[in-house]
Design a binder for this molecule. Structure first.
Ligand SMILES: Cc1cc2nc3c(=O)[nH]c(=O)nc-3n(C[C@H](O)[C@H](O)[C@H](O)COP(=O)(O)OP(=O)(O)OC[C@H]3O[C@@H](n4cnc5c(N)ncnc54)[C@H](O)[C@@H]3O)c2cc1C
Length: 432
């Protein structure tokens, strides 16, 4: 019998999930419900987006759907290394073995949506925008939505409910009513603000447009900027919530001064309009989420940020979300679309990786400057040891995360000592 599937959230994981389920023949009838409006028809809002880097994990999941990899690459820039800018104007390059595919999150969503609606008509796929999931009744297998422009509610039934509604998931919230579900939600100690520069062509950065540019200040502020395929430059500035300089900036002049002083390469190309836009953009918090399981019986599953939201510091949230989808598809194949078994196995196979992912996001990069230098040194030594004795020494931590598809739980096991050290140091810094 054809199953009625409700996917909550048309972000990267929800949309890729629809692609995968629809490619499994006509077993599933898909309805996607998204709180926001259709990104393809509303003007591109840069206040709610940021660049995303996809590595082998995310790209492997996209590649399995015909046409997706090429469509994503058409709006991406491939990054061959990371350039660390220093205060004295010098910079240090860490090259990559495999380039990272980088693009704006909104563009990724638009590509996934376009490909879906080109391939499938309304007989199998319906996308309901402006429909905000309000509550889930697990026993009755119903979901209630608020239609945002009309402000009236409507309720639908499901055979399978897939919660891909991000870090503040309402589907996950419904799990809290069950006894065995445990979930830890925590705000990451740094906040962030997106940054966009309309034209980066007349700058030293433009000469290195296939590099991710990063800067780090003594107080832990981290700036990342990437060239986009349309000639713009975008990125995010992450900064400690307490005593940060960003929240106190109150005019375009102060913004320009701040960038000239701290990130001169960005200051040079920032216009007054860019500075005003930066000022207007809200400061955003990063919520991290760890849960003990991702499914309920044979009918509800959470994945992506809804299951394991992670700090953006290691650029893995989207990669992991896309990887989740490929893992779920693999389980449906293995268990012949038996939902009870596939959902249960998803928790068994994916929860340890989700837990490890959040741990790596919290503690792979140290906050203390002293430990940061130790980290750089460790990376350098690990790379050499792995090159000379590949059988004996694993790749460096960063190479494992960015350049391989080794599971997050295996990476955590290999680097547990370092993670424990950073955890202790961060806890000490936070308590002073
Ligand atoms: C600054 C920054 C930089 C990042 N950089 C990277 C990177 O380089 N690489 C990487 O892999 N990851 C990165 N990430 C993480 C990445 O953006 C997320 O992990 C990824 O978007 C998760 O995808 P998702 O589909 O699970 O959830 P989301 O992208 O959060 O999508 C959830 C969707 O659900 C919708 N929704 C939410 N609530 C409801 C509701 N109640 N009803 C209906 N719809 C709802 C939302 O509108 C949204 O469309 C970054 C994150 C940030 C903040």
């Amino acid at each position: 019998m054809v199953k009625t599937v409700a996917i909550i959230g048309a972000g990267p994981s929800g949309l890729l999930l629809a692609h995968y389920l629809l490619s499994r023949g006509d077993k599933y009838n898909i309805n996607i419900y998204e709180a926001r409006s259709d990104r393809r028809i509303i003007p591109f809002s840069k206040s709610r987006t940021f660049p995303i880097s996809l590595n082998e994990r995310g790209m492997t999941a996209l590649r399995q759907i015909p046409g997706l990899e090429a469509a994503v690459k058409a709006v991406s820039v491939e990054m061959t290394g990371t350039l660390f800018h220093q205060k004295n104007g010098k910079s240090r390059l860490t090259p990559r073995k495999k380039p990272l595919v980088t693009l704006d999150r909104t563009n990724l969503v638009i590509v996934l949506l376009n490909q879906l609606t080109q391939k499938y008509d309304e007989s199998r796929l319906k996308i309901h925008f402006d429909s905000q999931c309000h509550s889930v009744d697990l026993a009755a297998k119903t979901v209630t939505f608020k239609n945002i422009p009309k402000t009236d509610n409507f309720t639908v039934n499901y055979d399978l409910l897939l919660g891909t509604d991000g870090a503040n998931s309402v589907v996950r919230e419904a799990f809290l009513s069950t006894e065995e579900f445990k979930c830890e939600q925590k705000y990451y100690p740094t906040d962030y603000k997106s940054i966009f520069l309309n034209n980066s062509k007349n700058s030293s950065l433009h000469l290195k447009s296939d590099h991710i540019h990063t800067w780090r200040l003594k107080d832990g502020t981290l700036m990342v900027a990437l060239h986009q395929f349309d000639g713009t430059l975008s990125g995010a500035i992450n900064f400690p919530r307490e005593k940060n300089q960003i929240a106190s900036l109150s005019s375009p002049e102060e913004v320009l001064n701040f960038f000239h002083q701290n990130f001169p390469e960005i200051g040079q190309i920032m216009t007054e309009e860019d500075a005003q836009n930066f000022l207007n953009r809200p400061i955003a918090k990063i919520l991290t989420v760890r849960c003990n399981h991702y499914h309920q019986g044979d009918s509800v599953l959470i994945m992506g940020d809804a299951a394991h939201a992670v700090s953006s510091s290691i650029g893995q949230g989207c990669n992991a979300a896309l990887e989740d989808v490929a893992v779920f598809d693999h389980l449906l194949e293995e268990y012949h679309d038996d939902l009870a078994e596939s959902l249960k196995q998803f928790t068994i196979r994916r929860q340890p990786d989700g837990y490890a992912l959040v741990e790596l996001g919290d503690y792979a990069f140290p906050t203390s400057t002293g430990l940061f230098f130790e980290f750089i040194l460790r990376e350098y030594i690990a790379k050499i040891l792995h090159r000379v004795f590949p059988e004996k020494f694993p790749p460096s931590l960063i190479d494992l995360i960015f350049e391989t598809t080794v599971s997050y739980s295996e990476i955590l096991t290999s680097y547990q000592d370092w993670i424990t050290k950073v955890k202790k140091s961060n806890d000490k810094l936070l308590s002073t």
